[in-house]
Ligand binder design. Sequence first.
Ligand code: CTP
Ligand code: MG
Length: 636
Amino acid sequence: MLFSHNMPLLRAIKCNIVSPRIPFHLYNRNYCHSGAGESFVPFDVLVSQRRNEARRSLLVEVAGLPSSTDLHQVCSQYGAVRKMFHYTTRHSNVNKEMILVEFDEAESLEKALQATRSPPTERIIPVHSPFVWLSASRTASSNRKKTNISSTTDIMQETVPSNEELQLQLSQSRDLSEQIQKSYECQKLTELGSRLRFFTCRQVEVALSGLFPQACVLPFGSSVNSFGRINCDLDMILELFDVTNQDTTQRLVFQAKKSRSAANPRITMQRHMEVISDILDNFVPGCSQVRKILAARVPIIKYRQDLTDMECDLSMANRSGFYMSEMLYLYGSMDKRVRPLVFAIRKWAKDRHVTSPYAGRWVTNFSLTLLVLFYLMRTSPPVIPPLQMLIKLAGDDDVRTAESINCTFLRDLKILTASDNKQSLEDLLRGFYEFYDKFDFKERGLSVVRGDDFVKPEHNALYIQNPLERELNVSRNVTLEELERLRSEITHARYRLEEDTEHIEEQQGQQPWGLLSLWGASHKPQAHRGLNASIDWQEVFHIQEQETPPTPDKQLNVSPVHAATKSNEKVQSNGEKTRNNSKFQPVERTKMLKEELIMPSDLNGLVTKLKRNVVQKNANGKKNKKQKFNKVMYKW
Ligand code: CTP
Ligand code: MG
């Protein structure tokens, strides 16, 4: 049943009656006309609300949708069921019908898991986890009859428009602004998508909870920064214990083993990740294709979670990536035009092969998003303020430090007023292409911190200052060739849109126009962006010569292991960074990487996500400054 043409649909099925519902994933989105407004939900609140849902949720594989009533009755024995979502996932040519059940209380989930039985154990090791399946056992059904609980919870189903449906909707739009808005509504991460991402994080927490009851796994990147598409990957950080909440006056202290490599925290972390990846690989249901990429500066474990249908990247000691996501979320919340515009430009870049799912010498979605934000700071009047304004407005509650990086900035946007800029989405999109068509990439770098450009301090083709680690360039990987491609696509897009304006009446309804003409598949996908790509792995990894490996077996077998750094930086013993511009030629390692047949996607974000054991000078200065603007609306 269709009830809206321009967004993922949510269906509620109750007693076989299919009835429309208001898609409640909208409840935490900002629908004010401008500015974050009263409906703004701080990132911390959003994350803890989602984590809370995940702690009360159970994922059940069922025979089919009709089993939902049965499942509801089974679950209701343990406590009230609040919501149920149905979806189908396909793995190895087999469809699996899945239902995500949310209980009212976490205790109900505990009771359900305590009552859950193990499968026959001849060939498998049963694991206590919130991933279960519903058997057709007679015993279970007679128990249910006794409880006599009726099914009253709706089963929610989301229907995502196909490409063809999206194209139809866009071609029927009134204007380009409506197209941009519709395309955002259709492609943004849905309620279920968001829940499943937090639930997938929860699974890792539960798996490690025996040894580490405080283990915390947080999503970051596009899963939470509000720029994530349906099916985006899941970036996660794992923290094994909570250092912040320790009561140092307590007399009892846990016994613990001293790490054999305590002198080198990086090797210690690699060893821990070895163990964690083995746990995921051997015990955790649904985890497949587990690969360790520990040679990176920030080691990651990549795997697929088949039951929630997503690609996962797990890292440790990467909290600043989480705060970076919070910063992007804040910018997305500041003005209702930011997210649709970023979506349209990310989709354009994807279709025109400016970006790629594989990491390499091209612009990433993260860099592209910073380009859009920078442009929105430079419109007249600006749509969004520079980051330094959020830093100035930060109060005591906003102070955060991660991996020695100062991540302090205003978190509650309610004190900001709306921008005076009233341009339409269409004008902003055109403006984006015009702005970058003229931008002097050769000489100038971009800073979203100051909202201004500056003379490039290095000879990288594209220089986008890292907003949190200001001395780094997030687009250091981009080659001149790729920058030229980006620029020529920008020029092309600009003229395409101008042509559209001239011939709009003839084109509407006949030829692709607006976003459809802009996106239109570009030249054939480039070979160098695929599996057999001739990627300059050395450039991608920024491989260094010094380090020695932890244990070589099963990890990406780059022996000896070479640390990757951002921007060729080395940290001296005194904590100062120096540039290491010396070129080295790890030909053999490059070869080995290729021979391992590691997908280029394995490198996803290896450069960009590689974190930072470097000491950051206090770039934000007065971080503990008392918040002065609490009660006043701050006009910027
Ligand atoms: N990140 C960072 N510093 C960088 C690069 C990335 O802190 N130099 C963080 C950002 O928060 C970014 C996240 O790592 O959003 C994940 O990076 P990536 O997966 O490359 O980008 P996404 O935003 O998740 O986009 P995509 O949909 O392409 O995965
Ligand atoms: Mg990502």
